[in-house]
Each structure stands twice: as structure tokens, then as C-alpha cells.
Design a protein. Structure first.
Length: 563
């Protein structure tokens, strides 16, 4: 599997990881990116400089300038290059300094503010275009400065032809240099600096960046590999006249030089663009095959600022959405409400276990089995459904969650997955609310000649392991990275067991609600402990020592002080 595509075993990839097979050259470029950037700028200008110098010497200086003008040419050449290089390199340093400083801080692990990082990301995306403008700034003025300087210092003899040839020379040289500069520098920056500056961010979503759209890229590529070399040859051929047969050797040599430089350069640009396209297609093809096999954890780590990058981002979004959907479908099924599902995903992102303090409410209908003995099963199911409907409404109304339906009883959690500090008070309120709702149901049952439902409720607060438990089933051999899991989100521990013991004790000690002393101590609201009666010491089956319990009912009485 490619380093830029990761699947279920290794997890998603946040940034493109360059392959070691790309050679020592890219390794050096990533280690010294800004020095390498300067070298690339110089090399990209060298092609235009070769054509410009050869054209000027062979077709202008030798044939159209006199001795005074030739001397003026060399003076202008030295002065112009010194000024142009000084200005352009100063501007390049101006653009690179904030990037270099930010890179050093990122590598050192220093804090980088979001605003500063966003500005550097925007600058990094715009840098190839800025460099193209700097290149034009360095070249195009020569079409005016050279002929004017030569004529001003050496005389105006043949000025019209001098101006014409220098305009052609510098225009073609500028095109040769700028066309290749953009593609070369963008490919270099994507490889050398994007993985660091865009570890968690997407280049295609950076605001304020100037992006060259795909249509313009195709046009510029066509111009780089076809139009500009042909224009260079055309400029040479236009000087092929019978009036100056002595220039034939120079024309032949210059035309051969243009071909020797233009053809390899065009092949290099086409190969570089073709390599990027082929690599992009292969990454997406591999990732798409993984998704088709059910591996929704696959991510493409390629970072680009153009439409290719946007398509990659949308693919990763799609894969992430499919992964979330798969997790929800397999882990939660249809037994968790959407709000509880969101709480679980937010508070337990890995769906693992975590020990935390919760309040457990355990409730059970008294004598339900004897009550429904000999009756139709449909009646038992109908009565249970009505009871559970009231239970869920009471529990969720106080921020709790009915975790399990256990025959004719249920288990509810408070404080998980919704994290609340007042979970003990909420559990007591939910228990009293359930009793109120059962009183309303009792009126209806009595009117039909049936006995009201009587329940026992046990409430205990303490530490419990909250998270997912279940079984993992190996997927078919053709999809080795995927495992099908049956899980249940629940609470496990002595706290849960003790809540069930307290519910059972309501049969002996009376109720309908029994609270442990731990729950009593954690009641946070003044009215939460109303109508509590101290009981104990009481022995609890399966527990060591004697316990102090508190009996509660649904009445809203002032709590009495207990020792």
C-alpha cells in the first residue's frame, strides 16, 4: 500500500508521507528547502539566460551594433544583472523569511498561533505565482533598458532594429523562464513544505490564496511545452535572410541550441505533470478499491491546493462519513437514541472503557410474573411496553439513559454517557417522576379492573467502568483488515451490582425507593433529599459489613436531619 494511502491497520494519514524511493535529491530538498528553492529559481532562469545571451550575442551584438554600442552593451549587461538580481533576490528573501521562521518553530514544537500559521499557509500556496511575477519583473524591463542604454551610451545608429530585436529577445526569454518556473516550484513546495505546514489543514480550503484553475494549468502546460519553444525557433528563423549570409552559421547554432534546450525542457515539464497526475489517479484508485472492500478508514494523504486537492478532500470526507456510518450501524444499531449516540461518540471517541463516577438506578415490577401467569403474552408485552415508555420518559427527562431492559425491569445510568455533576440528584428525581407517572397509569388500570403496578427502585452512586463490551468476529479472508463487532455500551462494576441489591431489598425493607449513603451524600440540590428516611445498619447480600440506607417515596416532604 502506498505511503500516501493508509487503511484500517495503520489508521488515517493526516499528511502526505514522501516515499523513500523518491531519492536523495528530494531528501536534501526537504532538509534544506529554502536553499533548494533558491537553486531552483537560479536553474529555471538559466534556461532563459542561455537563450537570451546567445540570441543577443549572435543575432544582435555581432550584426547590428558598432564598437561603441558593443561596449555600451556590456556596461548595460553588468549593471542590469546586478540590479535585477539584487532586487529579485531581496524580494524572494522577503517572502521566504516568514515561512522559514514558522518552519523552524513548527519543527521545534513551539507554539504557532492559528493566524500566523494561516498567513504562512496562504503565502506558501501563492509563492509560485509570486515567483512568476518576480521573474517577469526581472526579465521584461530588459526589453526597454538594454536598447535604451545601448543607444544612450553608444549612439542611436540602427536604433529601430536594436529596439525590435531586444524586445523579441527578452520577451521570449521571459516566457521560457516563467512558464517552467510555476510548475517546477509548485511541485517542489508540495513535496518539501506542504507536509509540515498542512499536517491537519487542507491547502484547497485556505482562504485568500490565489489558485490557478485546471483549465489554466492545461493552457500553461501547452504553452510551456509547445508554444514557447516554437516561438523561440520562430524568432531565430525570422533573422534568416539572404541579405546577411554571414549570419547563417550563427542562426544554425542558435536554432540547434533552442532545440537542444526546448525539447528536454518540454519533456521534463510534461513528465513532471504526467507523474503528478498518474500518482494522483493511482492513490485514488487504491483508496477506492479499499472502500469497495469495506475498509472505510482509508485516507489519502496527498495535499494539493488545486481542484485535485479538492477532489482528494471530498474523497476523505466521504470515507470519514462512511466510517462514521459503519461505526454507528455496527456499534449502536437501533437501540440508542441519536442524542445519546452523539454523547457517546463525543465522550468516548475510541469506544473504550473508562472508570468514572456514575449513579445507577435499578427498577423492577413487583410480582409481574405471577400477575401475568395464564394470561395471553400479548397482554404482558403491552403492559411492559407501557411501563418502559413511562420509564424512558422519566429517566431521559432528567438527563439519564435507560441502558438495559431486563425482563420486567430496567437499568438506567446518570452521569454517563452524559457527563453531569448532579447525577445523584437527577437519579432521585427520575425515580420520583416515574412513581408519579405510574400513579397516573394506576388510575387507568383500576378503571379496567386491573391492579396498579408496584415497583422497587434501588439507587447507588460510585465508580464503574463505562464503555463498550462485546465480541469481535473475524471478517472473510478477502477483507482481512475489517472486523465485525457486536458491542454494548454499558456500565460494569460493583456499583451496578449494589444498585440491583438495593432494589431487591425494597421487598424486605420497604420502599418504593432505597438509596445508598453514597448517593445521599452526593445530592446537590436542597429539595433533592426530601422525604428520606434513614434505615440501618442493614446487611446486603454479597456485601461485607452493614450499610446505612435511605428510604424515599414520591412525596414532596421536607427532609429530616439524620445522623
Amino acid at each position: 500500500m502506498s505511503d500516501d494511502v493508509r487503511g484500517a491497520r495503520a489508521g488515517p494519514l493526516s499528511a502526505a508521507a514522501p516515499s523513500p524511493s523518491r531519492g536523495l535529491l528530494w531528501g536534501c530538498a526537504r532538509r534544506w528547502p529554502f536553499a533548494s528553492f533558491f537553486i531552483l529559481v537560479v536553474l529555471s532562469n538559466a534556461v532563459g539566460s542561455y537563450f537570451n545571451i546567445e540570441y543577443n550575442l549572435r543575432l544582435i551584438v555581432r550584426h547590428f551594433l558598432d564598437d561603441a554600442q558593443r561596449a555600451a552593451f556590456w556596461r548595460v549587461l553588468y549593471a542590469y544583472n546586478a540590479a535585477a538580481y539584487a532586487i529579485c533576490f531581496t524580494l524572494i528573501i522577503y517572502f521566504l523569511r516568514p515561512l522559514a521562521s514558522c518552519r523552524d518553530d513548527l519543527l521545534a514544537g513551539h507554539a504557532v498561533t492559528p493566524a500566523r500559521k494561516a498567513e504562512c499557509q496562504k503565502l506558501l500556496i501563492n509563492l509560485p505565482l509570486y515567483q512568476v511575477l518576480l521573474t517577469l519583473l526581472g526579465w521584461l524591463p530588459g526589453a526597454v533598458v538594454f536598447p535604451w542604454g545601448i543607444c544612450a551610451l553608444g549612439g542611436w545608429e540602427g536604433a529601430r532594429l536594436i529596439w525590435l530585436h531586444f524586445a523579441v529577445s527578452f520577451s521570449i526569454s521571459a516566457l521560457l523562464t516563467t512558464m517552467q518556473t510555476f510548475f517546477l516550484l509548485e511541485a517542489f513546495l508540495i513535496e518539501a513544505l506542504y507536509p509540515l505546514f498542512f499536517q491537519q489543514d487542507r491547502p484547497a480550503e485556505v482562504r485568500g490564496a490565489v489558485r490557478v484553475r485546471l483549465g489554466w494549468r492545461v493552457f500553461l502546460l501547452w504553452a510551456s511545452i509547445a508554444v514557447v519553444p516554437i516561438l523561440a525557433l520562430l524568432a531565430v528563423c525570422l533573422n534568416f535572410t539572404e541579405d546577411r549570409p554571414e549570419s547563417f552559421a550563427d542562426l544554425h547554432a542558435l536554432g540547434l541550441g533552442v532545440a537542444l534546450v526546448g525539447v528536454p525542457m518540454s519533456g521534463f515539464l510534461m513528465g513532471m505533470m504526467g507523474r503528478s497526475l498518474v500518482r494522483w489517479v493511482r492513490l485514488h484508485s487504491t483508496a477506492t478499491e479499499d472502500v469497495a472492500r469495506g475498509n472505510f478508514r482509508v485516507r489519502i494523504g496527498d495535499r494539493r491546493p488545486d481542484e485535485w486537492g479538492q477532489l482528494t478532500d471530498r474523497f476523505n470526507d466521504m470515507a470519514a462519513a462512511l466510517e462514521r456510518g459503519e461505526r454507528l450501524r455496527e456499534t449502536f444499531g437501533q437501540f440508542v437514541s441519536p442524542d445519546i449516540r452523539d454523547e457517546i461518540l463525543e465522550n468516548y471517541p475510541d469506544l473504550g472503557g473508562e472508570v468514572q463516577e456514575v449513579t445507577v438506578l435499578f427498577a423492577d415490577i413487583r410480582g409481574f410474573t405471577r400477575r401475568m401467569a395464564g394470561g395471553p403474552p400479548e397482554a404482558a408485552v403491552d403492559l411492559l411496553n407501557r411501563f418502559f415508555t413511562l420509564a424512558v420518559a422519566a429517566v431521559e427527562g432528567q438527563g439519564g439513559w435507560v441502558n438495559k431492559f431486563l425482563g420486567d425491569g430496567f437499568l438506567a445510568l446518570f452521569g454517563a454517557p452524559r457527563r453531569r455533576e448532579d447525577h445523584a440528584s437527577l437519579a432521585l428525581r427520575a425515580a420520583r417522576d416515574l412513581l408519579d407517572r405510574l400513579d397516573q397509569l394506576a388510575v387507568e388500570l383500576t378503571a379496567r379492573g386491573e391492579q396498579p403496578l408496584r415497583i422497587g427502585i434501588g439507587i447507588h452512586t460510585g465508580p464503574a467502568l463505562v464503555g463498550c463490551v462485546g465480541a469481535s468476529l473475524q471478517a472473510p479472508l478477502e477483507v482481512p483488515a475489517v472486523r465485525h463487532v457486536r458491542r454494548e455500551f454499558t456500565a460494569i462494576g460493583d456499583t451496578v451490582n449494589l444498585a440491583q441489591r438495593l432494589e431487591e431489598l425494597t421487598k424486605r425493607e420497604g420502599g418504593p425507593i432505597l438509596l445508598s449513603s453514597e448517593t445521599m451524600r452526593r445530592l446537590t440540590e436542597p429539595d433533592a433529599g426530601e422525604s428520606l428516611e434513614r434505615i440501618g445498619p442493614v446487611s446486603i447480600p454479597g456485601q461485607e459489613g452493614d450499610w446505612i440506607l435511605y428510604r424515599a417515596d414520591g412525596r414532596a416532604l421536607r427532609p429530616r436531619k439524620t445522623s
